[in-house]
Design a protein around this ligand. Sequence first.
Ligand SMILES: O=C(O)CCC(=O)C(=O)O
Length: 282
Amino acid sequence: MAQTSGLVLENQDALSGDIAGTFKKKAIEGIAPRAEELEAFDRDGYVVVKGLLDPQRLAQVAQATRDLLGPTGRNSFEGFKTQRAYALLAKSRALDILAAHPQILGFLKARLHDEPLLSAFLAINIRPGEDQQIAHFDDGFYNAPRPGPVQGLSVIWALDPFTAENGATKVWPGSHLWENGREPTQSDASAQAVMEAGDAIVFNGALWHAGGANHTTDRFRLAVTAQYCAPWLRTQENMSLSVPPKIVAEMADPLPSLLGYQIHPPFMGHVNGMHPRRLFEG
Ligand SMILES: O=C(O)CCC(=O)C(=O)O
């Protein structure tokens, strides 16, 4: 039988709007970054935000992260002396705050998208004697013209003090504006994100960076990195398969949306023609 009622979409423009019936688009809310933080982010491609976790929360988060660490890396990108752990949101609720911290949500909204996706969320523990990681930029997978619109935004949370000696992240200021094919050389100025535990570096996914070398014999450099992308891009970790729906159903907003329980209008991300949040009904 022919359908006689429903939304009439006249043209392509109508397909950029939110046509969902039950669950409307829900923009993330956060704490807006300060003007000077945004200036630094735009100019240098990164900014260090200080003191995001109080000491009690920091201790909980650091312990929960340590508990999840496994073997050292399988290749030089992961780091042969570095422990990594993935799919963190399937394993611990203590780390939710790092994926959806109000100040990070504010950066996402200001510089990436108002309904972004969490592309990767992993622990990185750089151990004594580790070499510097190869320089890279996190949007490299998207193979897009550079410079271009912001496609990804990354955060590295310092859970130990980050020092020049223990492997503080190395960045090439301004390199988010470099054209395709340009790579860091010895003559390009670099900096290290020296941070207190509880600080985070927030950077454009186009910024060239690398995990630093750990020159110490006895200091670890524990971090969690949260990487976000625009909602029309493929995420690095396949979050739909990494975090079981039963776990996501119990999470507070905006985590389900960050994990893909959202529609990028008009219908990117639907499940059997419906908003993915309807999987939680009944
Ligand atoms: O650990 C760091 O400081 C950077 C790690 C990183 O950029 C990565 O693995 O993608």
